[in-house]
Design a protein around this ligand. Structure first.
Ligand code: NDP
Ligand code: 8X3
Length: 251
């Protein structure tokens, strides 16, 4: 029988690549994001290529009521959820603490931390029935703080802590919990962070070969398809040119 994965933030970047990877592997998909048209394009492309079922849900993960309305009330035929990938997230701004914008901070906290908590809690009854798996997308920014990264780094440190806490608390439910912490990956991430400044975003990935969204999809696929008794706890992945959050060798 086909397995089912929920991927939040599936309208672009990692989420889109993971949706394609899991569909290619025959999994059914529940995909979420805010941008309806982008999500519909992802779904149409997958349905054209792969014979899997896809349920798309359009809502803002910051909105607690909507998260529970959609993810906490899945249609009966969609309730056998094997994996939840908490991927939706963003950075907004790269400013010193003293200059940073409070609205940016709140959006990052509400999305990266509270959204992940809401989604995990809403899906938990389904994951419990399946003895499923939560995969949280953290970041190298959750391992080391870097200059002008303050609150984004804090949200990803929170993802790291929540992952560890979930793994301990959910042990009696036989639910695996994994975090994947990528370094620099060329997606829309920096375009969003720099609020549409394409030159600033491109500069982040210039002079070396960064990871691609496909690399992260391959990693998520790997950790989701291990034997039942094996759980990758914590996986940090960077491109070969990156040594840690702050050190990238550019030729
Ligand atoms: P993208 O900007 O390409 O994708 C982000 C996804 O998150 C989109 O699908 C977006 O959908 C969704 N999203 C953002 N805010 C919300 C919201 N409020 N409600 C619902 N969905 C939301 O970036 P990436 O794919 O790179 O980022 C994915 C995750 O990976 C993030 O958590 C990011 O922090 C993390 N990460 C990224 C790295 C990188 O270098 N790219 C490295 C390490 C971690 P929509 O806008 O349609 O709602
Ligand atoms: C995204 C990677 O280095 O911009 O989490 O924080 S970084």
């Amino acid at each position: 029988m086909s397995k089912t994965v929920i991927i939040t933030g599936a309208s672009s970047g990692f989420g889109k690549a993971m949706a394609e990877k899991f569909a290619a592997g025959g999994w059914n998909l529940i995909l979420t994001a805010r941008r309806k048209e982008k999500l519909e394009d992802v779904v149409a492309n997958i349905q054209k290529q792969y014979g899997v079922k896809v349920l798309s849900l359009v809502f803002d993960i910051q909105n607690r009521a909507d998260v529970f309305k959609y993810l906490g009330n899945l249609p009966t035929e969609w309730q056998a959820v094997d994996v939840l990938v908490n991927n939706a997230g963003l950075a907004l701004g790269r400013d010193a603490f003293q200059d940073a914008n409070l609205d940016d901070w709140e959006t990052m906290i509400d999305t990266n931390v509270k959204g992940l908590l809401y989604a995990s809690k809403a899906v938990l009854p389904y994951l419990t029935k399946q003895e499923g798996h939560i995969i949280n997308i953290g970041s190298t920014a959750g391992k080391e703080v870097y200059k002008d990264g303050n609150v984004y780094c804090a949200t990803k440190h929170a993802v790291d802590a929540i992952t560890k806490a979930q793994r301990i608390d959910l042990l009696p439910l036989h639910i695996k919990v994994t975090s994947i912490h990528p370094g620099a990956v060329d997606t829309d991430f920096s375009l969003v962070r720099f609020k549409g400044d394409a030159a600033k975003a491109a500069a982040v990935y210039a002079g070396y070969t960064p990871l691609s969204a496909g690399d992260i999809a391959d990693t998520a696929w790997y950790v989701a398809n291990l034997p039942k008794h094996v759980c990758i706890n914590d996986l940090v992945i960077t491109c070969t040119a990156q040594g840690n959050s702050t050190t990238i060798h550019k030729d």
